[in-house]
Design a protein around this ligand. Structure first.
Ligand SMILES: [Zn+2]
Length: 358
């Protein structure tokens, strides 16, 4: 299996050990800015060794070949983007053709072990559906195709099969599975996952910001299983979690046309003097002069600022005819516009706005 030192492959390792497999791991050095993941992988292999599990672990150095590639993960001149995992900008964290290269090396290694020991070998990978949207090389059809190509191109390929236990699951699935496996083998779940790194931009002490898309997905997975993430973040866990939940809600409202619950938004009862900007692209949308208390549970404005140029669309969802309003800067959903007897009311989700005082 490929052991990146992230939580998915670490969960996979624990899963395979609990199933009784003899496991060989390859980790890749490819010039990643988050090289700390390799140190954590080594620490986990040590921890498992201390607990009676002897695991073959090799680190393959691909940094020279992969320094030719362009990606925010490896190039110093490209910054790691922040935000929700599925957003367009997160595509900067794709390393071109990465999994094809990794799978290719794994296949050669698996076939070598199969021939050396005259045994069947499975190539296990921790890919899951949460990765599919951004990383096309995590999709099941990719592994099916590449597996076929490897089989066509090698003698004795019947000895090697792919094993992708989480392909239909997500990060939460992996953690729940790891909890059971750790219990079964008497391993400490927190130690195992403290020895992982998910952040693409850890600080010099190895602490994650908690704000990159991958961080947010991880934080929400730990929250979903009711546990605190044992890795260190720059900020305390409750702040990190609040930020991740906010990022999740913001994505849901702005990119999936969702609505925040009434009377919960930060700006519903907020009447300071200042300006409201799009939370995604920072376009100036509203001024406090036009803000009023509509009593409906969401921030209300009687007009948009000049040049906001907010897009109006007819919305017939939920059996109503409404006017949906979207930011003209980034096409994110903001809320709705109602024409009432007192005049226009822009009913806007707080999570779509950032306020800056005058
Ligand atoms: Zn915008």
């Amino acid at each position: 299996m490929a052991l990146s030192g992230g939580m998915d492959s670490t969960g996979l390792l624990i899963h395979l050990l609990a199933k009784g497999y003899t496991v060989s791991c390859i980790s890749y050095e490819y010039g990643q800015k988050h090289r700390i993941e390799l140190e954590r992988a080594v620490a986990n292999i040590e921890y498992l060794k201390d607990n009676g599990f002897n695991i073959e672990h090799k680190i393959a150095d691909l940094s020279s070949a992969m320094s030719l590639f362009h990606s925010a993960l490896t190039s110093d001149d490209v910054e790691i983007p922040e935000g929700h995992y599925e957003e367009e900008q997160m595509k900067a964290t794709v390393v071109p053709n990465r999994n094809a290269i990794f799978a290719s090396i794994l296949y050669g290694y698996a076939l070598s072990v199969a021939l050396r020991e005259n045994t069947d070998v499975e190539i296990a990978l921790g890919v899951h559906s949460g990765d599919h949207a951004i990383y096309p090389d995590c999709r099941p059809e990719f592994y099916e195709s590449i597996g076929n190509a490897f089989a066509v191109g090698n003698w004795d390929s019947e000895k090697v099969k792919f094993n992708l236990p989480y392909i239909d699951g997500d990060k939460e699935t992996i953690l729940r599975d790891a909890l059971i496996s750790c219990q079964k083998m008497n391993l400490d779940f927190d130690t195992v996952f403290a020895n992982t790194n998910t952040s693409y931009n850890p600080d010099k002490n190895g602490r994650a910001s908690g704000t990159s898309g991958a961080d947010i997905e991880r934080i929400l997975a730990f929250h979903a299983i009711g546990r605190k993430d044992p890795v260190e973040y720059v900020k305390p866990w409750n702040e990190v979690l609040t930020g991740a939940l906010k990022a999740q809600l913001r994505f849901h409202v702005m990119k999936e046309n969702g609505t925040e619950r009434p009377f919960t938004g930060e700006y519903d009862k907020h009447f300071d003097e200042g300006k409201y900007y799009c939370a995604d692209c920072d376009k100036l949308l509203f001024s406090s002069d036009a803000k009023f208390d509509s009593g409906c549970g969401w921030p209300a404005f009687s007009k948009e600022v000049e040049d906001a140029d907010i897009t109006q669309l007819k919305d017939t969802s939920y059996g109503m005819i409404r006017i949906e309003v979207r930011c003209s800067g980034c096409d994110s959903h903001l809320g709705h516009l109602f024409h009432e007897s007192k005049g226009p009311r822009y009913c806007i989700n707080s999570i779509c706005l950032n306020f800056r005082g005058d």
